[in-house]
Design a protein. Structure first.
Length: 284
C-alpha cells in the first residue's frame, strides 16, 4: 500500500520500474511513495485519469486511462478502466518478453475487443442485483469470497459496500476461509461468492459447500455453466455472461459495484457522497 511503502524503506533492485496508480493523480500517500522512489527506481510509471496532475507530471511515463470525469466519490468506471489498462500492459509485456507470440497477442487483443458487448450484456443483471440487494440491506455483516483473479474483485465488492451502504463487509481469498473467516459464518451473514467457471471453480464449490453446511447464505455470482454445476443450495444467484479468463476481472467489477449501489439505495444512503469520505485524499 502506498501509505505504508515509503516507511518500510523498501530496497530497489537493478532494473526496477515503479508503477503508481491514482485516479486523481493527487493522492497524497501515492505521491509521497512516488517521490520516495525517485532516484531509486530506473523508471517511474503512473496510471492516472488526470494527465495534468502532480503524479503524471512527476512520472517518467504517465499512462492515461481515459475514463472521463467521475463525480462519484466511490470510483466505478475508473476502476474498470484501470483494470483494462493493466490487461493491455500485461499483454504488451508478455509479447515483448517472448512469453506470448504474435498469434497469441492477436487472440488476446481480440478477446479484449469483445469487452464492450459483454459488459452491455452483463448490465442485464441490474434487476437481479436489485432483488439481492434488498436482502443484503438488512444484514450487519457481509463476506465476499473469490479465488485467483476473483480475489481482488471480492475486495472491491466489500470496499464499495462499506463505502456507500455503511454495512461492515470483508473480502477474502476463498482458500483462506478455513483459516479464520469461517468462524463468522452463520444464518445471519450473507456470503457473496464471485466464481466464474474457470480452472479454480471446483475449489470454489468446495468452499461454498463448507459455508452452506454451516447455515451460511450464499449469493453466487457466476455464469450459466457454473450455475448448472453448483447452483443447488445457494440462497440466491446472479448470472453473468461467459467470458474469456482475461476479461473476467473486468466484467465482474459490474456485479461487485452494482450490489453496493442497490444496497445503498435500499438503505437510503447517499451513493455519490458517502459520509466521511473525499473524492481525492490529499493529506496523509
Amino acid at each position: 500500500m502506498a501509505s505504508e511503502f515509503r516507511y518500510r524503506e523498501a530496497p530497489f533492485s537493478p532494473r526496477t520500474a515503479a508503477l503508481f496508480v491514482s485516479q486523481s493523480g493527487e493522492t497524497a500517500d501515492t505521491l509521497a511513495a512516488l517521490r520516495y522512489a525517485q532516484g531509486k527506481a530506473d523508471h517511474i510509471v503512473s496510471l492516472i485519469n488526470a494527465p495534468e496532475s502532480s503524479i503524471a507530471r512527476e512520472s517518467d511515463v504517465a499512462i492515461e486511462i481515459h475514463a472521463g470525469v467521475e463525480v462519484s466519490v466511490a470510483s466505478t468506471k475508473a476502476f474498470t478502466a484501470q483494470l483494462t489498462s493493466f490487461a493491455v500492459m500485461a499483454l504488451k509485456a508478455a509479447h515483448q518478453r517472448g512469453h506470448l507470440d504474435d498469434a497469441g497477442l492477436a487472440q488476446k487483443l481480440g478477446d479484449l475487443r469483445q469487452l464492450p458487448g459483454l459488459m452491455s450484456a452483463a448490465l442485464s443483471i441490474d434487476d437481479a442485483t436489485r432483488k439481492v440487494s434488498a436482502k443484503l440491506a438488512e444484514a450487519r455483516d457481509v463476506l465476499f469470497l473469490g479465488r485467483g483473479q476473483m480475489f481482488p474483485l471480492a475486495l472491491e465488492g466489500a470496499l464499495k459496500l462499506k463505502e456507500i451502504s455503511y454495512i461492515h463487509a470483508e473480502g477474502y481469498a476463498s482458500g483462506e476461509l478455513k483459516h479464520g473467516p469461517i468462524a463468522l459464518v452463520d444464518k445471519h451473514t450473507p456470503i457473496v461468492v464471485m466464481a466464474p467457471h474457470d480452472g479454480l471453480f471446483d475449489k470454489t464449490v468446495s468452499n461454498m459447500q463448507e459455508v452452506m453446511a454451516r447455515g451460511g447464505r450464499v449469493i453466487l455470482v457466476s455464469d450459466a455453466r457454473a450455475m448448472k454445476d453448483a447452483g443447488d443450495g445457494v440462497w440466491t444467484s446472479i448470472t453473468m455472461p461467459e467470458a474469456p479468463d482475461l476479461l473476467q476481472p473486468i466484467l465482474y467489477a459490474i456485479p461487485a459495484q452494482l450490489i453496493a449501489y442497490h444496497t445503498a439505495i435500499a438503505k437510503g444512503t447517499d451513493v455519490d457522497q458517502p459520509r466521511n469520505l473525499a473524492k481525492s485524499v490529499t493529506v496523509e
